[in-house]
Design a protein around this ligand. Sequence first.
Ligand code: NIG
Ligand code: FE
Length: 409
Amino acid sequence: MSSLLIHNIGMLVTPEGTEARRGADQGTLRVLENAWVYTENGEIISYGDRNMPITMGEKLDAGGRLVTPGLVDAHTHLIFGGWRQNELAMKLRNVPYLDILAAGGGILSTVKATHAATEDELAAKAGAVLDEMLAFGTTTCEAKSGYGLDKNEELKQLKVIKRLNKEHPLDLVPTFMGAHALPPEFKENREDYLKLLCEVMIPAVAKQKLAKFCDVFCETGVFTAEESRRILECGRQYGLIPKIHADEIDAIGGSQLAGEIGAISAEHLIVCPEEGIQSMAQGGTVACLLPATSFYLNAAYAPARKMIEAGVPVALASDFNPGSCPCLNLQLVMNIACLKYRLTPEEVLTGVTLNAAAAIGMADKVGSIDRMKQADLVIWDAPDLNYLCYRLGSNLAHTVIKKGVKYHG
Ligand code: NIG
Ligand code: FE
């Protein structure tokens, strides 16, 4: 048996429970001063601010610092070949994101680079990204395919995710996103690509148990709301839980659809209309917001306050990808969420922990410091949560603990 007692915690801050927190509950946290957490075999056994257990096992002095749950990144496009630094000059000339895509660049150029890479190359590259994420305090991460756009190439990406989940300390949760863009060869016959998705790719992914979720980019020039419905309903028949990229650039019905079909989460939601918010509230959909993408695209910011007021649980994620957000730092996401969404540090912490875990179906295992959950914790170089959200641009993660094992300490 391995055990770890973290003591001399100046402040322990965590949301509580195994479900997404909405409304006023999103900003209600448990706060303990002079606290300790005791873990055994990678699980939280107990925590508190008195009656500290006496143990012969490993001890870790937190030095009076802040401790929170490990951060959960609920939305990444982790597996890809190449980068897209060549798009920066176009962005600076104000060429729109969707115009770059329509001209065969953007996602489609990453598709080419991903096809050209071997599984080993993709794994090495994404593994280095995961190392960096862990150093910034991320202990669980969702990862999408979507730069394959044909059966074997999509399976290749998902196999890399499966392999990294075994090889790397981070927990990875896989999402099939073959509906990330329409391959140019299907421009004149989109129906054929929808059939390929529904009749070939989704069944193959399900058969090999390579994904937990199915995601679609519901956007002007990509997939319509009706096409998205068809793909997500098909995925559901094969056991893949629906997620949707909705209202990122244009509101074409994605958020309404998310609530209607009971999607576990809807992502982006930059231009989410009132009806979309209501639909998600009714459908129990988590709004997974990506503030660093708004920053990177120089776009507007999702109406996060309105969502919280309407009872929609808000999660916050990085959207790490080579185009719209080459940033994996959830601490920066937390800063932007405070400053631009006007969320409180308490709401933000729930957004990057418990609500993010709920957005990827992991809220029973991670996302809070609760008994029987995984011992995923971060000791921050910060005295309290306000400080963590207030400092900008530094990595404040002091020690990252994944399943009771210490990293970067
Ligand atoms: O979430 N919006 C679609 N997909 C990604 C961007 C992917 C890319 O540009 O390569 C996103 O922003
Ligand atoms: Fe995305």
